[in-house]
Design a protein around this ligand. Structure first.
Ligand code: HEM
Length: 178
């Protein structure tokens, strides 16, 4: 996992809960916490931080990831406005993640392991998004999508129809405008 994701987590935790809580999470996870954005760190370190946040904030790990993703989106929009300005609404933005956003991220952060999603539009205008990654960060994807909807000031509903954490071979999210 690239250091930039740890930097974002630190920023989100610190903004909402203060530096002391971030330090507590690092202590609980037994980590030093000096992450550089271009560095690569074991996926397990993110897992440990999410578990520490889960107990400190009394949220399930999936809820921590979802919250983190939602709150990280405005930070990403501030840093990479071009990805967002290219679209007027959330659905085309989400659909650009495989073809534009993540390929660019792989160029900017060498060694990044960005997932590829499968997309299918349903007759009623919803988007079915398949996710399959050894990191099993569907909660983060869920939060990123909610954060993107907030960015475009649109209300959406995300239903987790299948989930790797429930024994399914991959996750399937149904995204619809409300
Ligand atoms: C709705 C849009 C997006 C979704 C659903 C999404 C989803 C994800 C997920 C689930 C991961 C975790 C890696 C994995 O699952 O294997 C990830 C990684 C990442 N994404 Fe995205 N992403 C989105 C948009 C963005 C944007 C706008 C940026 C930045 C401009 C970004 C940058 C990254 C980076 C830096 C990583 C880490 C890669 C690594 O550490 O190896 N993503 N993304």
């Amino acid at each position: 996992m690239k250091g930039v994701v740890f930097n974002l987590l630190e920023e989100v935790v610190t903004r909402h809960h203060g530096e002391a809580v971030w330090d507590t999470l690092l202590d609980e996870a037994g980590l030093a916490g000096s992450y550089t954005s271009l560095g690569s760190y074991p996926d397990g370190e993110m897992q440990q931080l999410v578990l520490a946040a889960s107990s400190a904030l009394s949220l399930k790990p999936a809820a921590v990831l979802r919250w983190f993703g939602r709150e990280a989106m405005p930070l990403l929009a501030g840093r990479y406005p071009a990805f967002f300005d290219a679209h007027q609404s959330v659905m085309p933005f989400i659909l650009s993640v495989n073809g534009i956003i993540h390929p660019e991220v792989r160029k900017l952060y060498s060694g990044a392991h960005c997932p590829n999603f499968s997309f299918e539009e349903t007759p009623d205008g919803a988007l079915l998004m398949g996710y399959d990654s050894p990191r099993r960060l569907c909660g983060l994807a869920h939060g990123f999508i909610e954060g993107a909807a907030n960015h475009y000031d649109q209300a959406i509903e995300v239903a987790h129809l299948q989930c790797m954490h429930q024994g399914d071979p991959r996750c399937l999210l149904r995204i619809s405008l409300t």
